[in-house]
Design a protein around this ligand. Sequence first.
Ligand SMILES: Nc1nc2c(ncn2[C@@H]2O[C@H](COP(=O)(O)OP(=O)(O)OP(=O)(O)O)[C@@H](O)[C@H]2O)c(=O)[nH]1
Ligand SMILES: [Mg+2]
Length: 390
Amino acid sequence: MSPSAVAATNGIGIANLPNQRHKIVAKRGTNFTLMVVGESGLGKTTFINTLFTTTIKEKKNQAKRHAKQTEKTVEIEITKAELEEKMFNVKLTVIDTPGFGDYVNNRESWLPIVEFIDDQHESYMRQEQQPLRKEKLDMRVHACLYFIRPTGHTLKPLDIEIMKRLGSRVNLIPVIAKADTLTPKDLETFKRRVREVIAAQNIQVYQCPTESDDETSTKRNMDIMAAMPFAIIGSDEDVIALDGRKVKGRQYSWGIAEVENEDHCDFKKLRALLIRTHMLDLVSTTEETHYENYRQSQMETRKFGEPKPKKLDNPKFKEEEEALRKRFTEQVKQEENRFRQWEQHLIAERDRLNKDLEAEHSHIKTLEAELEQVQAGTSRGRKFFILLKY
Ligand SMILES: Nc1nc2c(ncn2[C@@H]2O[C@H](COP(=O)(O)OP(=O)(O)OP(=O)(O)O)[C@@H](O)[C@H]2O)c(=O)[nH]1
Ligand SMILES: [Mg+2]
């Protein structure tokens, strides 16, 4: 049975593995790395806190994770925790990233995120090339949640650019942030538009495996795909629902938006996909598709064991390139100016000389006329003289 088919079954999937493999996987557990990316202030850090508080029972959480302050995240932050799903041990690593601004020319803020993903593949590949390959440090990202601002319109060019880059590197899962700020009708329209742009722009997003053995899992996978992009609500706060239940949610004057209520958002669906139904599939597609793509593309461009070449995309190089280009344009402009001035000077000089030439011409003409007159006078006088002689 393929890992995809395994993951598609109920539970985390390992219950359906052949017995021996079940034992090995259950004993060793698995590493799962999740990353959140998106514009600043969309609730990435809050989402991570929500995921931890709703997933990890305090007693079991050996990582003793303290909920982070939801201040602006300024650097890539890595948190580890262990969770147990149906006797199955999962070492969960969550990577929180700084949000980028709402303006277009801000490559500097999101390029490090893309580079981080590549670096994990690179580091794993280098470890694989070592003679002793037992204990590998593996932080390859298995799922990357991309937070979309709930504008109600459509995806922005910046979203498209970043999602394209992410989708070719990791299992990209688009989510609509702060779903409580849109009405259900607007949310549905927004979801449809986002899906349309993703298809039109050929953005690669994570697809649940379709080849399932039983009808239930096929239907569930179809339901999951239909919910993409997942609308989510994040909250660290407990609020009291109408029926008196204490739930995670956000309080409003009109009522409350519940994190774990499927009528309010897709948080539960997304959490189930990540840590229950599709975790193994996310891990195996990372290994078989994304890591393999990286390895092959690197093999084509460099020899075995050769270090990675410096990235031209690096913001530092970009800055230098930009400065050089500016200096060059400046110099060309200066040269052009100098040439133009010189040309003007030449034209003025030519005009001046032409005028001088004209003056000289008319002077010559006058002199010629005078000369003619003088010559005419002399010849008449000579005739007279000759006449007198004879
Ligand atoms: N309405 C609403 N507000 C939210 C939600 N999630 C988070 N917030 C609020 O949005 C603000 C920003 O949340 P953060 O979690 O710090 O956002 P972030 O994406 O980590 O921001 P950066 O670290 O700057 O990238 C906080 O005031 C949160 O309380 C949500 O689902 N709905
Ligand atoms: Mg943050």
